[in-house]
Each structure stands twice: as C-alpha cells, then as structure tokens.
Design a protein around this ligand. Structure first.
Ligand SMILES: C[S@@+](CC[C@H](N)C(=O)[O-])C[C@H]1O[C@@H](n2cnc3c(N)ncnc32)[C@H](O)[C@@H]1O
Length: 532
C-alpha cells in the first residue's frame, strides 16, 4: 500500500505528479489547479533529474536572483575529520576551564544540557556499550579520536534509524576514485579499524562499509561556520547539486544550521542548478586540484574549459619578451592532472612559448611572497601590487586576492574610518572594489557573499568621495548612486543570518539606507532653498 499516492486536494488515489516539486500528487488536472493557491507556497522550483544514477537539479520555472530554492535542516551533524576536541553536544571547542566529562561516557561536553543533546546520543551509546569511558586530556591541538565521530553517527543511523539512513545511503561515496588515494588507506586504519576495534563493533559492521560512509561524508558534507571550529553537516536535497566554478546558486546557513540554497542569477526554466564547492577567487589550477583532492573529480565546467576565463585573463602572466605587451596562458587547463604536466604557455601577442615549469616557478615565487604578506599591513599589500603588476595581468588571481583584502582593510585600520583616510587611499579603495565586483559579475555571477561585502564597502567609499569633492547638486547624484550600490549589497546579503559578519553587514546596510534617505531629503531641501 505504501507505494500508492493520494490526491493532495481530495485524498482519492492519484497518479499525476506535480511537475514542479515532484512530491505532491493529484487525481486530475482540475484538482491540481484548485490546490495551486495553497501548494505554490511549498512547491519546489526545481526537479531532480537522474542521469545514470548521477542526479542533478533543473529549474522547473524561471527563478529570480536572491530567491530561496532549497531550505533544509541537516540529516546529521558531527565534527570535522581533523579537529581539536569539541563539545559533542553543541560543537563548540572545549573550554578547558569549564568543560565536564559526560557522566555516562566520559567524552568532554560543556555542561549537562550539552550532555543531553540528541547530537551526542550515538557517540554516548556506543561508548557506554563498549564498557569503559573515554578520557580526553589534551585540548588545544588536533585530537585523533574525533576523526571517527561523524562516521560513527552515520553507522548509528544505519543500525537504529532506517528513515535517516536511507537518505544518507543514497549519497555518493566515490569509493572507486578514492580507492587509488593514500588517504583511503589512512582512513582504513584511523577511522574504519579504529571504530570497529575501539567501540567493539566488528560483529555489526565491516571495514568496507565504514570506508563507504567515510566517502559519503567527504563528498557530501558541508562545513557549517556557525561554531569555532566549524562542524560538518549532511543535507538531503542539496547533496544533489552539481559543482560549477561559475555557479548560478549560492549558499548560506540559518542560525539553527539549516542550509539555504539561493539563486545568484536569473535562472531560466530548464537550466541546471550549480553551486561552487570551492572559492571562486582561487586560480584555476588551485580550484581544480582542490576539487580533485576533496571531491574526487577534475572540474571541466565552462569556466575551467576556457583558459582566458571569459576573457578576464584571471590566470594570465605577462609576456617578458622585450617590447611585448601580451599575456601567457596554456591553450587549456583541462590537461592538468596528478601525473601530467600542463602544456606550454603561449603569448597571445608574440606567440612565444614558455614551458609550464618555467611559468610555475614564477607563480610559486609570487605565491611565496603572497603567503608571507603580513596581516592587515596596507603598505605591504600595496607594495606587493606594485611589484607584481609587472609580471601578472591586472585581473590575475594573486593581484585580485590582495585587492580584495585591501578593499576590506582600507578605512577600517586601527581606530580610523573612511573620513580619516587619505584621498589616495580612498580612490584606491573605490577602484579595487569596482574591479572585484566587475570580475565577480563575469567569473562567478551567482556568488553573493563576497559581492555583498564588496558592494557595501563600495557604497561607503562612493558616498565619502562625494562628500569630499562634490557641490550639493553633484552630491545628490553621488548619494543616489551610493544608495543604488547599497540596495544591491543588501539584496546580495538579505538571507544572511545575524550570527555571521555578513548578516551584521546586512543589518548595517538597512540602517545606512534609512540614513541615506534622510541625507537625500536634506540635500533636496538645501538645493531647493538655494534656488529660491
Ligand atoms: C555532493 S555530490 C553531488 C551530487 C551528484 N550530482 C550526485 O550524483 O548525486 C558531489 C560529487 O558529485 C560529482 N560532481 C559534482 N559536480 C561535478 C562536476 N562539475 N563534474 C564532475 N563531477 C561532479 C563529484 O563526484 C562529487 O564528488
């Protein structure tokens, strides 16, 4: 009987699925129409398509930028594989002064409330069943015991909670790709063998099934930055989202740990939905290597397939041949793999050829200087730009990362704010912000957190430039421009929870918008009075 569906309108047997969410059934088209007013609030704007067991999501209607596409609570949460001891109830780092061991199992928790948290039930029960308590005595550094917890919690679902387990069990584990890695053998010893021996579970589970769960966690878990350190969470529908370095969706979290997937661009009916699993401001080789090492695939999205990255030259190195103003790039980045070298880099002007090793040496050298840049040092960052603009395209990712840092830093150093910085630095800040917004719009138009933060900085910079330089007439135009930028920033950040810095900036953006309205009214009055 459980396979039979009933009409959401009349409860009679039904065989027609809603093509939007594919969840709700109707007996007739008329009943679907009659139910639409009620159902449209819950109807998903996407469907799950299945390409030989590789599901992906496709929009079932046009979706506006900023619209929430998925909002779902986690199936399961747990510590990252590599972590300092955290409270297994609330996921926060253990406070050495205040923690107490769980009265039943000994794992450190914050207090008796955390001890009773449902998150901790699996670890607690398996520890109690093995017959002796756990003792953790070192705190500030990575502790190997915690590697097993999230996987152990999945095993608990398998043994006791089939409804959740069935949802976890269908997620990708990429075992065949992982088997060839050294990490797989490390996981066998430090997670699979450890769990089976330490918790005395050899009679219930075997190594291969524990290793498959390790894969499910690695491939699908999202890092949730609600605590320090962040914890991991598995989600049901969002795990079907495919990656693109130029995504049309982005994500954030509610303060309760639900995952929100939003549209970052106008998405047309029939378009596939993509999320970026990595940082869109990393260079192509770094993004692709990171995806291979953490998600076990070599990305060949439309951005990675175009070595000019949509003519931004985000990876391009300046040609050093005399009198040449061209840029070096390889014909493709898709040949990058663990054992294969990239093809030669060729100048787009003089066609001179540079080996990938030679270019890599230059990039490694710059990368070293980039890593050694002192934190929050504006002068050192500007010096880096001055030196390396001679070697790299203006949009190169190293220069872009430094400009991004500077755009956040200038005007916030020490006790100063925008009115106190020099004209030169104010102009710099405006240029860098605009530069990065333009780049993000081309490279990763669906990204919204970074864009929201930069637009917020840009609106304040534009307003300050106006205040310093403009007469009242010009100032009205400039404040109106700053207001437009601020509205765009607040749109990009509007679903950010107040527990994130982005959510705090959103609150500030709303306050600033109100203040700008007042300034504009005052300015209009002033101009009006002056004209009388
Ligand atoms: C979270 S799952 C994504 C869900 C996947 N579509 C599925 O089959 O259910 C992540 C895995 O999907 C695969 N994947 C995601 N995006 C990909 C892409 N752009 N190219 C190749 N494989 C991708 C990779 O194997 C990755 O480890």
């Amino acid at each position: 009987m459980s396979g039979l569906k009933v009409c959401a309108f009349c409860q009679n047997l039904a065989f027609q699925k809603c093509s939007g969410c594919q969840v709700v059934y109707y007996c007739t088209r008329e009943h679907q129409k009659s139910d639409w007013k009620k159902h449209k609030k819950n109807c998903n704007p996407f469907k799950i398509c299945d390409e030989v067991l590789e599901p992906y999501l496709v929009a079932t209607r046009d979706i506006k930028p900023g619209e929430i596409i998925i909002q779902e609570p986690p199936l399961l949460i747990g510590p990252s594989q590599v972590t300092v001891p955290i409270c297994l109830g609330c996921n926060k780092a253990i406070d050495v002064e205040k923690f107490k061991p769980c009265s039943k199992c000994g794992w450190p928790v914050c207090d008796s409330t955390c001890e009773k948290s449902p998150n901790h039930i699996p670890d607690c029960q398996y520890t109690v069943s093995k017959g002796s308590k756990v003792t953790i005595s070192t705190f500030g550094s990575i502790h190997p015991y915690y590697q097993c917890i999230t996987v152990l919690r999945c095993l608990y679902q398998k043994q006791f909670l089939p409804d959740i387990w069935n949802k976890i069990n269908v997620l990708q584990s990429r075992c065949s790709e992982r088997k060839s890695t050294s990490e797989y053998e490390k996981d066998r010893i430090s997670i699979a063998q450890f769990i089976l021996r330490f918790f005395k579970l050899k009679h219930i589970f075997n190594e291969e099934e524990v290793l498959r769960i390790c894969g499910i966690v690695k491939v699908n878990a999202h890092e949730v930055p609600l605590t320090t350190p962040p914890y991991l969470a598995l989600y049901e529908t969002s795990s079907t989202l495919t990656h693109s370095c130029s995504p049309n969706c982005n994500k954030t979290f509610t303060k309760n740990g639900s995952l929100i997937i939003k549209a970052g661009t106008h998405i047309k009916k029939g378009e596939q939905l993509f999320l970026c699993y990595t940082d869109p401001l990393w260079g192509t080789m770094d993004r692709r290597r990171h995806l291979y090492e953490t998600k076990f695939f070599w990305c060949s999205c439309k951005r990675c397939s175009d070595s000019t990255e949509f003519f931004t030259y985000f990876n391009a190195v300046r040609c050093q041949s005399s009198d040449c103003s061209g840029y070096l790039l390889p014909p493709t980045f898709l040949e990058q793999s663990i054992n294969r070298k990239l093809p030669n880099w060729i100048c787009n002007k003089c066609s001179c050829v540079n080996s990938s090793n030679h270019v890599q040496e230059i990039l490694d050298r710059i990368g070293l200087d980039f890593k050694e840049l002192p934190e929050k040092d504006i002068a050192a960052a500007i010096n880096f730009l001055t030196i390396y603009e001679k070697y790299l395209h203006n949009n190169h990712y190293y220069l872009t990362k430094v400009k991004y840092t500077l755009s956040q830093l200038i005007g916030h150093e020490h006790e100063t704010n925008l009115p106190q910085i020099s004209d030169e630095n104010l102009a710099r800040k405006a240029k860098f912000c605009q530069n990065i917004v333009n780049l993000l719009n081309i490279l990763a138009p669906g990204e919204s957190r970074k864009k929201g933060l930069i637009l917020f900085e840009l609106h304040a910079t534009v307003a300050e430039l106006g205040r310093r330089n403009a007469d009242p007439h010009q100032l009205v135009v400039i404040i109106q421009e700053a207001k437009k930028i601020l509205i765009e920033a607040s749109e990009a950040l509007k679903h950010e929870s107040e527990c994130f810095p982005e959510g705090q900036i959103y609150i500030q953006a709303l306050k600033n918008l109100k203040e700008m309205e007042v300034v504009l009214i005052t300015l209009h009055q002033k101009i009006g009075d002056a004209c009388l």
